[in-house]
Design a protein around this ligand. Structure first.
Ligand code: MP5
Length: 216
């Protein structure tokens, strides 16, 4: 079965909670309020921007055979940022003076702390889980969102074939890392797999949450 399938089975209730989040269902059904979608765009733009130093920091820890893939991901993320900018301009959403909200800030710090302080297989677990989460999530949206929707380019980005191939590649490599990992690393990988899924749910939830930063 491999590590990835084992983990996806183990945390299935969480994964299914994520895939049934109202953000995805409302976007799929064309019912998402524009201001809610705009909030997701602004926050995810900041998240993707932070993913670039996360990937870059993986390179010194990575085996040489992973360097090219990580370098390609950085290029992919730059293109993604341009997609966000282009969509935002088309629909009149501003990225000026935006800051990460509490949950986004925590998720970004989690990425950066993981790559700084944990082993490569643990950081790779977070990378795979976050990418797989977005692929599966946008596959849900793909099931109903009309091609003419201004949000459809996001579906094409994360639910499309080239992203699917990338996620498959990550899965194969993560299964290999897990097969070679010791028990301490494996325990940590399981913990971080689940934590990442929890952050993904929290991220969708944050988009609806009026409390952008608790107590402020
Ligand atoms: C991704 C994302 C996918 N854009 N946002 C969140 C909250 N989780 C995962 O990552 P990428 O780097 O855009 O492929």
């Amino acid at each position: 079965m491999g590590f990835c399938n084992d983990q996806l089975n183990r945390i299935e209730p969480l994964w299914s909670k994520m895939l049934n989040h109202r953000f995805l269902l409302e976007t799929r059904d064309g019912k998402i309020p524009d201001d809610i979608f705009a909030q997701w765009m602004q926050q995810d733009y900041l998240f993707v921007r932070a993913a670039i130093p996360f990937i870059a920091a993986m390179i010194p820890k990575a085996p040489v055979k992973h360097w090219e893939a990580h370098a390609n991901v950085i290029v992919m993320l730059q293109k993604e940022l341009k997609l966000f900018e282009e969509r935002a301009q088309t629909v009149g959403v501003s990225f000026k003076n935006i800051r990460p909200w509490f949950t986004n800030h925590a998720y970004i710090q989690f990425l950066l702390a993981t790559v700084a302080h944990e082993s490569y297989p643990v950081a790779y677990t977070v990378l795979y889980t976050a990418e797989k989460a977005y692929h599966d999530s946008w596959k849900v949206v793909q099931k109903g969102l009309k091609k003419e929707s201004p949000w459809h380019p996001f579906v094409e980005n994360w639910a499309g074939d080239s992203f699917a191939q990338y996620v498959d590649y990550l899965k194969k490599e993560l299964n290999e890392l897990a097969a070679q990992a010791g028990n301490t690393d494996l325990d940590r990988m399981e913990e971080y797999f689940e934590l990442t899924a929890r952050y993904e749910i929290a991220f969708w939830e944050m988009v609806y949450d009026g409390a952008k930063w608790p107590g402020i």
